[in-house]
Design a protein around this ligand. Structure first.
Ligand code: NAD
Ligand code: ZN
Length: 359
């Protein structure tokens, strides 16, 4: 039985970001105690920087999101902190979307566990708690703020996998629905749909958990309201989606995704497609497994006037399809959750190729 752990503390509500200083200052005990602020590069030279409770000894580092987190990028950031300071930071603050939050979680684990990011990709491999960490999401949907994993791609191993461990959970969250105000419409949709898909996959799975189901049902209800709305990015809807994302992360911490995420991971590895959009492309091709949900998903896309890219694998060679197969089928836990232990007899290389060819 899973002895589950949740986020210990969160500040929630409009204006919560302005309280960040009150969380940071009490942790500074001596004059060389320092914080690391990891900021999504979107906020470079923005007003956000002036709102940070920064002191001279702190490190302010930017996380590029041109590519989603890789093991190399996480190793480089970790090295950068170790090389610049004689001691470990008292806390690390990650501010951004899922990519930045995951990077913060991974770096926090590496700073205390040593080694390289790839050593901890998998389940419960992180040995000791990471550096105290505060998560501040600026984009809602991945649930990275409340989940127990931090996803990274290791291109050398064709692997997209997180450090799935209770040590990966943030110690503190600041949830301010005003922060996603500047998110472009399509990004808001694709990342927001991540919550919807996590919950759909989890509720359709075989490994069910009553509490995770309850989180999923509420997250799904809220995301349906947001995406049925004429103005999905209104203040009220930003707040709903932030709650849905948090609950979706709690759900997924106690359950498993299904088919969409492994297929999406295949697209991420071969085409470097980002998570939200790759999920939506994968979902659209999985109608035979999720008939009602794909129907609903398509009507949501229509309502929000989202045109999914088509033909993304149209130029793929046999080699590319083999790589796609390998990077999808490696996700045994979610695939078994969706189709049973015998999932490889359903998802043969031919079948997987046929599904990807539809995208
Ligand atoms: P992201 O973090 O990659 O950000 C997408 C884009 O939005 C970036 O260009 C970023 O700069 C921009 N952005 C972020 N906040 C903004 C704001 N307030 N205004 C304007 N632009 C803003 O996108 P994401 O979808 O949140 O995260 C995807 C990552 O999360 C993937 O790597 C995925 O694997 C991971 N993920 C993690 C979990 C988990 O449980 N840890 C779950 C699902 C997905
Ligand atoms: Zn996801």
């Amino acid at each position: 039985m899973n002895n589950s752990k949740n986020i210990a503390r969160f500040l929630f509500g409009k204006g919560a970001f302005d309280e960040l200083g009150s969380l940071v200052q009490p942790r500074r005990k001596t004059k060389d105690d320092y914080f690391v602020f990891l900021l999504d590069h979107f906020f470079r030279d923005s007003k956000m920087e002036c709102r940070l409770p920064l002191e001279d000894q702190d490190l302010l580092l930017y996380v590029s999101t041109l590519d989603e987190p890789t093991t190399d990028a996480v190793n480089t950031l970790n090295r950068n902190i170790i090389d610049r300071k004689k001691k470990l930071p008292v806390s690390l603050v990650g501010i951004g979307g899922g990519s930045t939050l995951d990077t913060a979680k991974a770096v926090s684990n590496l700073l205390t566990n040593g080694g390289r990011a790839e050593d901890y990709q998998g389940w419960d491999l992180v040995r000791v708690p990471g550096i105290h960490k505060i998560g501040v999401p600026t984009l809602s949907g991945t649930g990275a703020e409340s989940s127990r994993t931090c996803v990274m791609t290791d291109p050398l191993r064709n692997l997209k996998l997180g450090m799935n461990s209770e040590h990966t959970l943030f110690d503190q969250l600041v949830l301010d629905p005003d922060l996603p105000l500047t998110v472009p419409r399509s990004q808001y949709f694709y990342t927001g749909m991540d919550t919807y898909l996590h919950c759909i996959e989890s509720l359709q799975g075989r490994c069910r958990h009553g509490l995770a189901d309850a989180y999923s049902r509420e997250a799904l209800r809220l995301s349906r309201e947001v995406f049925a709305s004429e103005e999905m990015q209104s203040g009220a809807n930003r707040e709903k989606l932030m709650i849905a994302s948090y609950l979706g992360g709690c759900a997924i911490a106690n359950s498993l995704v299904g088919l969409v995420h492994p297929f999406s991971a295949g697209l991420a590895i071969t085409l470097k497609l980002h998570h939200g959009i790759a999920n939506c492309i994968a979902m659209d091709a999985l109608g035979e497994f999720y008939p009602e949900e794909v129907g609903e998903f398509r009507s949501i896309c229509e309502k929000q006037q989202i045109d999914l890219p088509r033909g993304v694998t149209s130029r793929f060679s046999d080699n590319d399809f083999e790589r796609l197969y390998a990077s999808t089928i490696i996700h045994e836990r979610p695939l078994a959750n969706a189709l049973g232990e015998d999932f490889k007899s359903i998802l043969t290389p031919e079948k997987v190729k046929e599904i990807f060819s539809r995208m």
